[in-house]
Design a protein around this ligand. Structure first.
Ligand SMILES: Cc1ncc(COP(=O)(O)O)c(C=O)c1O
Length: 380
């Protein structure tokens, strides 16, 4: 039995001026979207990442749905998505009737295996959606070259990767479109939220319309049209300024947040990597040309049974560790789309074996020491 407090897998925390900014937004009555704080968040992302346009949205899932609308996907079009990802990476495109083609992942970084990409492309393929798993960049030079040659759009699902880099370039700046998540579990959060990054400037005007329910409301407020109207399809993807106020306070602290997470990640790594290696347990692989975003620390156990025993063992010591994505090609929808057991063997194996350790901005060294001690007591 454990004596001290439980250690959760994730816990959000206030890190800056969140409450002050929320109070300010509410006091001046700016609680709907696209007002002062939303604009500050958009400008912040544009300036730091150097993207032509950023728009905060209600979620990363919704930003992905905007991408599917912007690409004008039609029923029967194909979109290549890693099977080892969150459901929204695929669902956003399936909503437009696209067929999802599931790609396997690399055994080292657990990112979409670019070496298999070309074999998945058909005459109906319209887009590929690399997911920078754990904030470690996919092989964007190879993916970019293939996509350009085969005329495919790239949508980066950068839910984990804000402030990570691949070969010195920010994640989220490689695709014509990229998406961010500010869900509670992410490094920078406002509870529920996301952003669309637009690198292909030709898509900016239509993205503004799609985000505003298919209306040219934004042009109206800029004085470009004398009334606003329904001009395209769209939906309600605008983030409330109350959440944007929270988000902006976190964005202002981004360097401190990333530094904290880097310290915590390295502390796990220094204390667990050789213990793990001696027992046939895998640790995250970060190629030296990737500056990772420090989104999570995970272990890959030798088998499903050992992984389950490990999660129970930590739980008995008051520590919550969790598994991650279940292969999408074997989900009920994935099977209906033609997914088959054995089709993505690396995904199937890693998914059964991976376990994430507690990792959040205010994880104290004392609690991390407890996690490390408990992990090292486990006998695989
Ligand atoms: C890779 C990936 N994409 C998309 C999402 C969806 O993000 P949101 O909850 O902001 O819609 C998640 C959520 O965790 C994710 O892990």
């Amino acid at each position: 039995m454990y004596q001290s407090h439980p250690i959760p897998f994730n816990r959000s925390s206030l890190l800056g001026r969140e409450l002050e900014y929320i109070f300010q937004a509410m006091s001046v009555g700016q609680i709907a979207g696209d007002q002062t704080y939303s604009k500050k968040c958009d400008a912040f992302l544009e300036q730091v990442l150097g993207v032509p346009k950023a728009m905060v949205t209600t979620s990363c899932s919704h930003a992905l749905e905007m991408c599917a609308l912007l690409l004008d996907l039609q029923p029967g079009d194909e979109v290549i998505v890693p099977s080892f990802t969150f459901v929204s990476t695929a669902n956003a495109f399936a909503l437009r009737g696209a067929k999802i083609i599931f790609a396997d992942i690399r055994p080292d970084t657990l990112n979409l295996d670019e070496r298999q990409l070309e074999s998945l492309i058909s005459s109906r393929t319209k887009a590929v959606v690399p997911v920078h798993y754990a904030g470690v960049g996919c092989e964007m030079d190879v993916i970019g070259e293939i996509a350009a040659r085969r005329n495919l759009a790239i949508v980066e699902d950068n839910a984990h990767g804000l402030f990570g880099k691949f070969r010195g370039r920010w994640l989220g700046t490689f695709g014509g479109l990229a998406t961010q998540s500010f869900h509670e579990t992410k490094n920078i959060t406002c509870g529920e939220g996301g952003a669309l990054l637009i690198n292909d400037a030709r898509l900016i005007e239509r993205a503004e319309i799609i985000r505003e329910k298919g209306t040219n409301r934004k042009q109206f407020f800029r004085g470009q049209v004398d009334k606003y109207s329904w001009v395209d399809i769209g939906s309600s993807y605008v983030m409330s300024d109350v959440l944007a106020a929270f988000l902006y306070a976190q964005l202002e602290e981004w360097r401190a947040i990333q530094a904290r997470r880097q310290r915590a990640w390295q502390y796990y790594d220094e204390n667990l990597r050789s213990w793990a290696q001696d027992r046939g347990i895998g640790c995250p692989v970060v190629p030296d040309y990737c500056e990772q975003a420090y989104h999570m620390y995970y272990l890959v156990m030798p088998s499903l049974d050992i992984r389950q025993a490990f999660i129970s063992f930590l739980k008995s010591r008051g520590i919550l560790s969790v598994f991650h994505y279940v292969p999408l090609h074997l989900s009920p929808v994935g099977l209906r789309m033609g997914g088959k057991q054995g089709a993505c063997p690396v995904t199937e194996q890693k998914s059964e074996r991976l376990v994430r350790l507690p990792f959040y901005n205010r994880l104290s060294q004392e609690d991390q020491d407890r996690v490390i001690a408990a992990v090292r007591q486990f006998q695989p």
